[in-house]
Design a protein around this ligand. Sequence first.
Ligand code: HEM
Length: 136
Amino acid sequence: MLWVKAFHIIFVTSWFAGLFYLPRIFVNLAMAREDAERERLLLMSHKLYRFVTPIAALALLFGLWLWLGYGITGVWLHIKLLLVVILVAYHFYCGRLLALFKQGRNTHSHVWYRWFNEIPVLLLMAVVILVVVKPL
Ligand code: HEM
C-alpha cells in the first residue's frame, strides 16, 4: 500500500508542477507582442499540457487504487473527490484556453490569468489538509 501511496504522491506533485506552470505561461502569452515569442510560448504550453495530462491520469489512478483497492475512505475523501473533480475540470479548461490561444482567440487579460493561476494553489491546500489532517 505504501508503494501505491508513494507513486500517488509522486504523480500528484508532478501534475501540480504542470498546473502551476501552464497558467503562468498563459500570463506571458496574454502579454506577448512579438510573433516569435508567441510561437515559442505556444510550443512550450502545448508540450507541457501534452506531458502533464497522462501524469494527471496516473495520479488519479493511484488515488483510486488506494480508495477502492485498499478501502481507505471517509467523509474527508468524499469532500476530497469533489475538489478533485474541480481540479480535473480546471485541467481540461486549461486545454480549452490553450486551443483558443492557438487560434488567436484568447479574450482574457494577463491580470485575469494571474488570478486564474491561484486556483490550483487553493485547491492543493484544501486537498492536502483534508487527506493528512482528516478533519471530518
Ligand atoms: C481520484 C482522485 C483521488 C483519490 C481517490 C485519492 C485517494 C487517496 C487515498 C485513499 C489516500 C490514502 C490516505 C491515507 O492513507 O490516509 C490518498 C493519499 C494522498 N492523496 Fe489522494 N486521492 C486522489 C487525488 C489526489 C489529489 C488530486 C491530490 C493532491 C491535490 C491528492 C493528495 C494526496 C496526498 C498528499 C496523500 C498522502 C496523504 C498521507 O500520506 O497522509 N490525492 N489519496
